[in-house]
Design a protein around this ligand. Structure first.
Ligand SMILES: CC(=O)SCCNC(=O)CCNC(=O)[C@H](O)C(C)(C)COP(=O)(O)OP(=O)(O)OC[C@H]1O[C@@H](n2cnc3c(N)ncnc32)[C@H](O)[C@@H]1OP(=O)(O)O
Ligand SMILES: O=C([O-])CC(=O)C(=O)O
Length: 468
């Protein structure tokens, strides 16, 4: 993050943002840790006041002009959204509540014997701005395990899907169907006051996250014929259970990989397609299941989350064309042929980032530790030395460096999760953490219906006709 943005965060009056930099709050009662919902209930009133104050002091201040190119250019750089869980700096990459990936790897609680952060802790951090205790994280694992069962009719929906239906479409169907039991939808019908929206949103968000492993596991086993689903183990953490549902519970390194994977894919500020889709749909007071299904439909696009599937397909095609131990020259030729065919190099470039994605680096470090001799990992490393120069020479991409998707599939494939059509489902499990955290805050802070202004080209021509 750029230095001014960092100091703004540090100087923030927001109790939530400020707490990311201050010491951890522990329970006053020794026997029972403060739950996430209790902590939220403590934080919300002060944050409501804080937002009021910001709007009173700065509400009429400008971020600068909006130019016509931004309307035609996918709104790049247009300041348009509030998103509290994370902020992205073009050069440094993502910070979760002010913390870099190496910092959260260091600070968040780990599983016994593990060295990667537990995603439960990341969710706590996204929601509260605070690093939870080991006990609080263990309570969250238990809570999610207790909420993890999916209704029988959702199981039936998944079982009836043809295996040829893409796993992301199945995922979105199942998440949409969870709205059947939405606490928010019910509370709204029952006439809940606006001030209470956050409570049922919190319950739905917790249910959503908790149920995703069972949905993902069922899709994986149905589509790829991997046999019966085991039961969730209430004594284990979220990532262990997800790994177990996929059939990899006895592989400790894979479980660690999932802990890292879910943590780093969780949030990438608010303007990316999936996060924004979730927030936008949530602004109509659609419940968290409907909102997150919208996010998943965006994540399923090849320029966004599906790129992790595309990377593996591209790498495998490359290997079959030029062999496993190809020379740099052969790789260069293959990359150029991709560009000359009018295709993008998947896993490279980014709408905001302008340097190597720190999530790529975190995954590379995991690979160096656990699978340094994997052939596909070596190819990924070789490509890193080749693609940026080619993209620069081609002269179009603003960012020639790799993003998170350039590395994730290689790690999953190493442990035997080779079905790349499934990869974006795992991304979707993780991204729910960030979208859900913001949905809770949006409802707590009374975020309004989103409705930006659009213009026709004819009107733009008329507005600026004859003006320099
Ligand atoms: C989780 C995530 O969502 S991370 C991103 C995952 N997506 C990918 O990896 C797909 C490959 N990358 C891309 O397509 C792009 O870099 C995106 C979609 C991520 C960002 O798009 P933009 O913000 O429009 O990028 P940018 O401004 O650099 O694009 C300018 C031009 O360079 C091209 N370009 C950008 N990245 C690449 C690439 N990796 N390979 C080839 N061309 C590229 C764009 O297609 C565009 O071409 P055009 O002028 O003919 O339309
Ligand atoms: O930030 C973006 O535009 C894309 C995204 O979600 C990510 O990189 O994780």
């Amino acid at each position: 993050m750029a230095a001014p943005a960092r100091s703004i965060l540090k100087a923030s009056r927001s109790p939530v943002l400020r707490s990311a930099f201050s010491s951890v709050r522990y329970s006053s009662t020794a026997s029972k840790p403060v739950t996430l919902k209790e902590r939220l209930a403590e934080l919300i009133p002060a944050e409501i006041e804080n937002v009021k104050k910001i709007r009173a002091e700065h509400g009429k201040k400008s971020f600068g002009p909006v130019i016509v190119d931004q309307l035609y250019g996918g709104m790049r750089g247009l300041p348009a959204l509030i998103w509290d869980g994370s902020v992205l700096d073009a050069d440094e990459g993502i910070r979760f509540r002010g913390k870099t990936i190496p910092e959260i790897q260091d600070l968040l609680p780990k599983a016994p014997g593990g060295s990667e952060p537990l995603p439960e802790g990341l969710f706590w951090l996204l929601v509260t701005g605070e690093i939870p205790t080991q006990e609080q994280v263990a309570e969250l694992s238990k809570d999610w395990a207790a909420r993890s069962a999916i209704p029988e009719f959702v199981e039936e929906i998944l079982d009836r899907c043809p295996p040829t239906l893409h796993p992301m479409s199945q995922f979105s169907l199942a998440v949409t169907a969870l709205n059947h039991n939405s606490a928010f939808a019910k509370a709204y019908q029952d006439g809940v006051s606006k001030k209470e929206y956050w409570g049922p949103t919190f319950e739905d968000s917790m249910d959503l996250i908790a149920k995703l492993p069972n949905i993902a596991g069922r899709i994986y086993r149905n589509v790829f014929g991997q046999g019966k689903l085991p039961a969730i183990d209430a004594s284990k953490d979220y990532s262990y259970n997800l790994a177990s549902l996929l059939g990899f519970g006895d592989n400790a390194a894979f479980v660690e990989l999932l802990r890292l994977y879910i943590t780093i894919h969780s949030d990438h500020e608010g303007g990316n397609v999936s996060a924004h889709a979730g927030k936008l749909v949530g602004s109509a007071l659609s419940d968290p299941f409907l909102s997150y299904a919208a996010a998943l439909n965006g994540l399923a696009g090849p320029l966004h989350g599906l790129a992790n599937q595309e990377v593996l397909i591209w790498l495998r095609k490359m290997q079959s064309k030029i062999g496993e131990d190809a020379t740099d020259e052969a790789v260069k030729e293959y990359v150029w042929s991709t560009l000359k065919n009018g295709q993008v190099v998947p896993g490279y470039g980014h709408a905001v980032l302008r340097k190597t994605d720190p999530r790529y680096t975190a995954q590379r470090e995991f690979a160096l530790k656990h699978l340094p001799d994997d052939k596909l990992f070596k190819l990924v490393g070789q490509i890193y030395t080749i693609v940026p120069d080619i993209l620069l020479e081609a002269g179009k991409a603003k960012n020639p460096w790799p993003n998170v998707d350039a590395h994730s599939g290689v790690l999953l494939a190493h442990y035997g999760l080779t079905q790349m059509q499934f990869y974006t489902v795992l991304f979707g499990v993780s991204r729910a953490f960030g979208v859900a955290a913001q949905l809770i805050w949006d409802r707590a802070l009374g975020a309004p219906l989103e409705r930006p202004k659009s213009y026709s080209s004819a009107l733009i021509e008329k507005m600026f006709h004859g003006k320099p």
